[in-house]
Design a protein around this ligand. Structure first.
Ligand code: GRF
Length: 216
């Protein structure tokens, strides 16, 4: 299965996918990495792994629609089966999202629908939640919404600061993103009428309705 990964920064989730693919635990290949800024550190991670990269600077486009169109052309050049947002910090327009319906996924550092948007760990600490985590979901036009594929929950400790909580969540991101993509690659996961279908491994061939909650 061919993956295109979209990033804007560090690229640790990208690195987790590349490692899982290299280790043979993810039956997929990252065929291209795209970023909206040429200095995204994750581009170097991709290059070091021999993956072709392209940077499309959103500031050089007249409007969101023009950027989305160029981005879609770049993506389609890699002929992916699945488009993976991994810390991609641009809002994608409706047309773009519809074009990749059912094969566009995102990871978000909170237990959605709590804390969509930015600074999720800071906000989780400020609200005093005792449980926090991360979510992999299919992308819909509404930011950080969309049918949930899998979540991982972590405790919030009294001693936590933003960095400590972020690190605990990130470790889980690196676990559930390859997991969700493996389900997709295995043909077990799909979006059907706006709901996530995850075929179970039970011998009766039954079908489970996700979301899946992975406890730690
Ligand atoms: C992650 O926390 C991800 O959930 C969010 O952006 C961050 C990207 O981190 N969407 P990285 O670039 O994968 O290290």
């Amino acid at each position: 299965m061919r993956l295109v990964v979209l990033i804007s920064g560090r690229g640790s989730n990208l690195a987790a996918l590349l490692s899982a693919a290299a280790a043979g635990t993810l039956p997929a290949r990252v065929v291209g990495v795209l970023a909206n800024c040429a200095d995204a550190p994750g581009l170097e991670t991709a290059s070091a792994a021999g993956v072709p990269t392209r940077a499309l600077d959103h500031r050089l486009f007249a409007d969101r629609e023009a950027f989305d169109t160029a981005l879609a052309e770049a993506i389609d050049g890699f002929a992916p089966d699945l488009v993976v947002l991994a810390g991609f910090m641009r809002i994608l327009g409706d047309r773009f999202v519809r074009r990749y319906a059912g094969r566009l996924i995102n990871i978000h550092p909170s237990l959605l629908p709590a804390f969509p948007g930015l600074h999720t760990h800071r906000r989780a600490l400020a609200e005093g939640v005792r449980v926090h985590g991360c979510t992999v979901h299919f992308v819909t036009p509404e930011l950080d919404h969309g049918p949930i594929i899998v979540q991982a929950a972590v405790p919030v400790l009294d001693t936590d600061d933003e960095a400590a909580l972020a690190a605990r969540v990130l470790a889980q991101e690196h676990r559930i993103y390859p997991l969700a993509i493996r389900w997709f690659a295995d043909g077990r996961l799909r979006l059907c009428d706006g709901r996530v279908l995850l075929a179970s491994v039970q011998s009766d061939g039954g079908v489970l309705i996700a979301p899946q909650l992975v406890a730690v």
